[in-house]
Design a protein around this ligand. Structure first.
Ligand code: HEM
Length: 401
């Protein structure tokens, strides 16, 4: 029992692969103990990861009692709440996901570019307008970009998104007793319903407005329960991922000046470099997680029905099958790598096209507008932390110019 690894395996530095993962490289799969005390499988081989993440014999439904959990508290409480995309399976999931995927298609993202650029410009104007230096880019750039992105996508004010996030957190993390769970779910739903009622009076060019228009055209009325599922899918989990990748990308470009000089002049290479940063940092620690619904053979291992499986993207993306020298951050790679930082299969990230476009835009605009940007402290003095227990990035990024 003592030699089983405890999960999640946490990092000490954003890009440093914890050695525990490397010990599993040869077999590609091993055993871990979840915070609940239950054993689960840990997959680090990319072929096995693709199998687990795409085979319908593995469920993403966290409401199932045997689902591997990162928190000792059961997640059945989510039953009080409209279903989240990440927890659905099969046809129900495919139907709910389709409109979100359409809204974030390459064409839609291309159409949204001017609005995104406008938002990025405004945020960088504000950075430049700060009366004092150093400026902390985590607070002044990374999080504002992440909130503005959600505001633009959903067409909902940041203040409401902040409340929504807090309400989700209260339900998922804080609520302990059944009464607290019911109350937290009710608070969440009443707030989302109020926000949607207000939104119906002010439709615009955004995902929520399009969904409302579609419902009106199809059923002649608005289904707020279905809409709240859509809103919740995009209001939780997105902004820490985006903010952390902005921080890590800016830090990387601040500390790789030669590569930066090459990339700023060549948008195509910047796109490949952003993909490389996503692969190398693979910021979503501990997830994805799945539950085996049937016995499934993965390599030489028989995963039994009822077993939990963790597929953390960091060790998977450091497998030599993903790219040559996988532990090296090579911003000038010639070709994009087929990494799994956005997951794989039916639950692959809906922002997988949008996020790299946005990141490339932020990095290019920032360094073109502030070419003398530099860290205001020695790199070794920077501190890192888990943002919302989810993604590991700088606590602060003090810069000057
Ligand atoms: C910036 C970097 C981002 C990273 C590294 C990332 C990573 C991921 C990963 C690994 C998954 C798969 C989870 C699973 O299989 O259980 C996922 C799913 C998801 N992501 Fe992202 N994401 C990012 C940005 C975004 C953005 C910008 C959006 C929204 C615009 C977004 C929305 C979602 C949604 C809604 C899902 C659930 C999809 C489903 O369950 O079908 N993500 N993301």
């Amino acid at each position: 029992m003592t030699d089983v690894l405890s999960y999640p395996i946490r990092r000490q530095e954003p890009g440093l692969l914890p050695p525990e993962y490397e010990a599993l490289r040869e077999r590609g799969i091993g055993r871990v103990r979840m915070p609940t005390g239950h054993l689960a499988w840990l997959v680090v081989n990319p072929d096995y990861a693709r199998l687990v993440l795409s085979d319908p014999r593995f469920s993403a439904n966290k409401l199932l009692p045997d689902f591997p959990r990162l928190s000792p508290r059961p997640m059945e409480k989510l039953k009080h709440c409209a279903p989240f995309l990440v927890n659905m399976d099969g046809r129900e999931h495919a139907l709910a996901k389709k409109p979100v995927v359409q809204e974030l298609s390459p064409q839609r993202v291309a159409e949204a570019r001017p609005r995104l650029q406008g938002a990025v410009d405004e945020i960088i104007d504000a950075v430049l307008g700060r009366p004092e230096k150093p400026v902390d880019l985590v607070q002044e750039l990374s999080y504002p970009v992440a909130w503005r992105l959600q505001e633009l996508l959903l067409g909902l004010p940041t203040a409401e998104l902040v409340t929504m996030r807090q309400n989700i957190w209260d339900l998922v993390v804080t609520a302990g007793t059944e009464d607290e769970e019911v109350a937290a779910a009710a608070r969440l739903h009443e707030h989302v319903a109020d926000v949607l009622a207000e939104k119906e009076k002010h439709l615009g060019d955004d995902i929520v407005s399009h969904a409302i228009e579609q419902q009106l055209a199809e059923y002649g009325k608005v289904d707020r329960y279905e809409l709240s599922s859509l809103v919740l899918a995009l209001a939780f989990g997105v902004h820490h991922s985006v903010a952390t990748m902005v921080s890590l990308g800016v830090l990387t470009l601040l500390t790789h000046t030669d590569e930066r000089a090459v990339l700023l002049g060549q948008p195509d290479r910047m796109t490949v470099a952003v993909g490389e940063m996503l692969r190398y940092f693979s910021i979503n620690d501990a997830t994805p997680l799945r539950l085996a619904l049937e016995d499934v053979r993965v390599g030489d291992t028989l995963i039994r029905a009822g077993d939990g499986v963790a597929v953390p993207t960091l060790p998977v993306n450091r497998d030599p099958a993903v790219c040559p020298f996988p532990n090296r951050l090579d911003l000038l790679r010639e070709r994009p790598t087929s990494h799994l930082a956005f997951g794989y299969g039916p639950h692959r990230c809906v922002g997988a096209h949008l996020a790299p476009v946005l990141l490339g835009m932020v990095f290019t605009t920032l360094f073109e507008r502030i070419p003398t940007l530099e860290l205001a402290v020695a790199e070794a003095e920077l501190e890192f932390k888990y943002h919302s227990q989810q993604s590991f990035g700088p606590s602060e990024l003090p810069v000057t110019w």
